[in-house]
Design a protein around this ligand. Structure first.
Ligand code: MN
Length: 289
């Protein structure tokens, strides 16, 4: 897979951030996609911006309230479901690498819900399912660009680059490092996969180098569903660490031009994953009692 995915210049694009093994939210997002295929005469695409895997293995009684509704990690099933979706809708299902996927193909091993989440998941899956999952991860891009101006990455747009070529030549193998942890200090891959924030100047420079105008990413948890930073950045939380009421995805017209993140409107481009649970402030239908 190319390091930088070029999205089509027409049709509808639905963007889903960090699922972290939450099968229920994946299934709901697939429903949203299939509704869009009907609404837009078959011309819809989906983009997952990384961290599809590595969720909690926690008993209900130990579940911390701040993580939202209870779920149990189903990373292996989710990756198989992703591959099934991609083969059912060829050329319409896209994904970016997250720092959690990167651990399985040469990056540093994450330790969010286990001391070594990469080793844990590969142990649960066994050798052949692990090989299959790695094959799926190898199809993921590092960033996506579109004529509508939106630039997509897993983490914040803090990498200092001069052009798309800097991402296209990025080495993800980890082989050039003494330790995978050294990836964190690399100016491009380390930032694209791990940065939680970028200054307005960094974001402006990054999106311009990528030939775009706005940056859309996840990686961090925004309890309210999304956050805009300056004119260039929007952080989106579709699933992980957020209550159903506040989970949002982004829906873009790939033939439009988005010059600033404020062009993204609630109820149009910013939509609740669960409209029946979401408050009107997020474009939902939930009633206040
Ligand atoms: Mn992440």
């Amino acid at each position: 897979m190319a390091r930088v995915l070029r999205l089509p210049d027409k049709g509808r694009l639905l963007v889903c951030t960090d699922l972290q093994g939450c099968m229920r939210d994946f299934d709901r997002f697939v429903d949203v996609f299939e509704e869009a295929l009907i609404q837009y005469d078959g011309d819809a695409h989906v983009l997952f911006t990384g961290d599809l895997i590595h969720g909690p293995h926690i008993e209900p009684e130990d579940w911390p309230d701040f993580l939202g509704e209870y779920y149990r990690d189903q990373s292996g099933e989710l990756m198989i479901a992703y591959a099934g979706l991609a083969s059912r809708y060829p050329g319409r299902v896209h994904a970016l690498l997250g720092n959690h996927e990167h651990g399985h193909i040469g990056g540093p091993h994450t330790a969010k819900f286990a001391a070594d989440e990469v080793a844990l998941l590969e142990h649960i899956l066994g050798p052949s399912a692990t090989a299959r999952m790695r094959g799926i991860i190898h199809t993921f891009a590092l960033a996506a660009v579109s004529k509508c101006g939106a630039v997509f990455t897993h983490g914040a747009p803090a990498a200092v680059i001069d052009s798309i070529a800097d991402l296209e030549s990025a080495d993800l193998s980890g082989q050039q490092y003494a330790s995978p942890l050294d990836v964190l200090d690399t100016p491009i891959v380390g930032k694209v996969l791990w940065a939680r924030s970028a200054t307005e100047a960094e974001a402006r420079r990054f999106v311009k180098a990528m030939g775009g105008t706005i940056s859309i990413y996840g990686h961090d948890v925004i309890p309210e569903g999304f956050e805009m930073v300056g004119d260039e950045q929007i952080v989106v939380s579709t699933s992980f660490g957020v209550f159903d009421t506040n989970k949002v995805y982004v829906s873009l017209d790939l033939a439009a031009k988005y010059r600033r993140v404020y062009d993204l409107r609630i109820g149009h481009e910013i939509l609740p994953l669960y409209p029946d649970k979401a408050p009107p402030r997020l474009g939902g239908r939930a009633q206040a009692w």
